[in-house]
Design a protein around this ligand. Structure first.
Ligand SMILES: NC(=O)C1=CN([C@@H]2O[C@H](COP(=O)(O)OP(=O)(O)OC[C@H]3O[C@@H](n4cnc5c(N)ncnc54)[C@H](O)[C@@H]3O)[C@@H](O)[C@H]2O)C=CC1
Ligand SMILES: O=C(O)CCC(=O)C(=O)O
Length: 453
């Protein structure tokens, strides 16, 4: 079992004390600290410059009121957040999450992960994240627009092409990015394309950004499988969630010859034993903004809907080769990992951010299941956001094929750097260790070069 090296335990204790009650942030930082003992011993300059202490302290945290008027003319108040965590490698970069569960601790855990993920991409982007406890579910189109406009009315003063570049995450897709961009343009009187990514392709967005996170997670898994001479061809796959990441992970698995037999939402699971109907799924989720129960009703006898079901338990009923958790944090627990490992699952890759609990990750590691942490596996989204910024800066617009090839190349590079770093530190195949050390080293070296700031 991984533990924190005694040489850096006191730094982690301080992180716990300074960020009391932020359990997801504790979880994310603990995992990184568990990987870093050997690095700090090998490179004492990091400890001398207090890099660990500094990397855990956001450069800036912004919390603001978001007032808006609902369709019944009542004033509603939400809370907005933007945590600008680390700008050693470039402007803060990371998504916005709109979900009722969002707290400062959630945004800090996501922002912390983003620092290392963005470093792994090799692109010039720092780490940040934001969001609100606003719940988009059940809101009208006009309520969503009014909320986004109010959110941006405060956020605009903190962001910019060279400062901080938000994008989407849970509850924030192309529609919300459109409303946010419109309000930014209106307030600043500037068509600053590079201030947000995930824009519509017709007005500054990048082709393949919508697909990038899900595709990238599958590309990474493909690389991991290849280290054991395996592939997606004929593989049976579980993908949790049914949002942006899940849908495009499913699409890429199907393109590579695999079959995704189940996906989920917060209300239940659909199990189509011969494979999901992706066109229908997209119609229900993307166009109608419906639930999986609606999908199952339309799909008829080819589909089984399990209200409140656990997607991972399907591995005990049918052959599953690969599991891709693509919904939300801590959705795959120790018991689920045991079921997956005991029933022959060969690879697990985190399309979502931190979907597997630490105990689940330990089960996979002990069972020699290939395991890709989110900061490596889902980095294709933010990498393609950086490609969007590149296209914006050069007033260019690339083809889908070119952008997808760049994405595939970036994912191969991330896989390579995680694999070689894990090997260099004596744990070949440990992608968690490889991702943490490789991402950390790039950021730490830039921080050293830039002095005590
Ligand atoms: N959108 C992006 O480019 C990126 C997203 N991610 C991460 O991927 C995950 C999913 O994000 P998106 O697909 O963008 O969000 P989304 O809002 O498009 O979809 C989220 C999906 O998860 C489902 N869900 C939520 N809680 C659930 C639960 N407890 N059980 C089962 N399903 C549940 C929702 O019903 C929805 O289908 C998040 O962890 C996010 O941080 C990571 C990298 C980039
Ligand atoms: O594309 C981006 O800037 C952000 C993507 C994101 O939020 C993530 O990687 O978790």
């Amino acid at each position: 079992m991984s533990t924190i090296d005694p040489a850096i335990q006191h730094v982690f204790d301080e992180v716990l004390l300074r960020n009391a009650g932020e359990v997801e942030f504790h979880q994310a930082t603990r995992e990184v600290f568990e990987s870093l003992g050997r690095v700090v011993l090998r490179h004492p300059q990091y400890a001398d410059a207090s890099i660990l202490q500094r990397i855990c302290e956001p450069e800036r945290q912004i919390i603001f009121r978001v007032p808006w008027i609902d369709d019944s003319n009542r004033v509603q108040i939400n809370r907005g957040f933007r945590v600008e965590f680390n700008s050693a490698l470039g402007p803060y970069k990371g998504g916005l999450r709109f979900h009722p569960s969002v707290t400062l601790g959630t945004v800090k855990f996501l922002g912390f992960e983003q620092i290392f993920k963005n470093a792994l991409t090799g692109m010039p982007i720092g780490g940040g994240k934001g969001g609100s406890d606003f719940d988009p579910k059940g809101k009208s189109e006009l309520e969503i627009m009014r909320f986004c406009q109010s959110f941006m009315t405060e956020l605009y003063r903190h962001i910019g092409e060279y400062t901080d570049v938000p994008a989407g995450d849970i509850g924030v897709g192309g529609r919300e990015i459109g409303y946010l961009f419109g309000q930014y343009k209106r307030i600043t009187n500037r068509y600053e394309s590079g201030v947000l990514t995930g824009k519509g392709v017709g007005w500054g967005g990048s082709r393949a950004r919508t697909e990038a996170t899900g595709y990238g997670a599958v590309f990474f898994t493909e690389q991991m499988l290849a280290t054991r001479g395996e592939s997606f061809d004929g593989a049976r796959v579980l993908v949790s969630g049914s949002g942006n990441v899940a849908i495009y992970a499913i699409e890429k698995v199907h393109q590579l010859g695999g079959v995704v037999v189940a996906c989920s939402d917060s209300a239940g699971v659909v199990y189509d034993k011969d494979g999901l109907d992706l066109d229908l799924l997209r119609e229900v989720k993307e166009n109608q903004r419906g639930r999986l129960s609606d999908y199952a009703a339309l799909r008829g006898s080819a589909s089984e809907y399990r209200a409140g079901g656990n997607i991972w338990s399907l591995a005990a009923e049918t052959r599953i080769d690969v599991a891709l958790p693509c919904a939300t944090q801590n959705e795959l627990h120790e018991e689920d990992a045991r079921v997956l490992a005991a029933n022959g699952v060969r690879a697990v890759a985190e399309g979502a951010n931190m979907p597997c609990t630490p105990d689940a990750v330990r089960v996979f590691t002990e069972a020699s299941v290939l395991f890709a942490p989110g900061k490596a596996a889902n980095a294709g989204g933010v990498a393609t956001s950086a490609l969007e910024m590149q296209q914006n800066a050069s007033r260019d617009s690339w083809t889908f094929e070119h952008t997808e090839e760049r994405l595939a190349e970036i994912m191969r590079g991330i896989h390579e750097s995680c694999a070689t770093t894990a090997e260099e530190y004596g744990e070949p195949g440990n992608y968690v260790l490889g991702a943490n050390i490789s991402g950390f080293t790039r950021v730490a070296d830039a921080m050293l070069a830039q002095g005590v700031i």
